[in-house]
Write a protein of this length. Structure first.
Length: 120
């Protein structure tokens, strides 16, 4: 099932609107942005464990990757929540970022051709 960033954000907001029912402070963009540091730290630790540069706590590669997937999703969720709270259209912002990257790459190396179709 394909979801646009707008659809994922709508679902995210619906779920996170109920976090306060479990006794947590209602989330704001500020809290979500601060939580990104924690989520990125957790992802970084898992990446080090995957490369055997940190104690694995008896986890195999598959278990670590499952945990990494969860952290990556938490990062996306925090980002979408903060953007929604700040009134940022992430579909537009993401497509604008891609268009900017394509422009930079093709200007620096004219032999490179990138066609994103309708994405930009």
């Amino acid at each position: 099932m394909a979801n646009t960033l707008k659809e994922l954000t709508r679902k995210q907001m619906l779920v996170w609107d109920h976090y306060f029912t479990q006794g947590t402070t209602p989330w704001t963009a500020d809290i979500s942005i601060q939580d990104l540091a924690y989520q990125i730290g957790s992802l970084t630790k898992l990446n080090l464990q995957l490369k055997n540069e940190r104690f694995r706590d008896k986890m195999d590669d598959e278990t670590i990757k499952i945990k990494m997937t969860d952290e990556l999703c938490d990062i996306i969720a925090n980002t979408l929540f903060a953007a929604a709270e700040l009134g940022i259209d992430m579909d537009k912002a993401f497509n604008d970022m891609l268009a900017s990257d394509v422009k930079k790459i093709t200007e620096r190396n004219p032999s490179v051709k990138i066609d994103l179709g309708e994405a930009i």
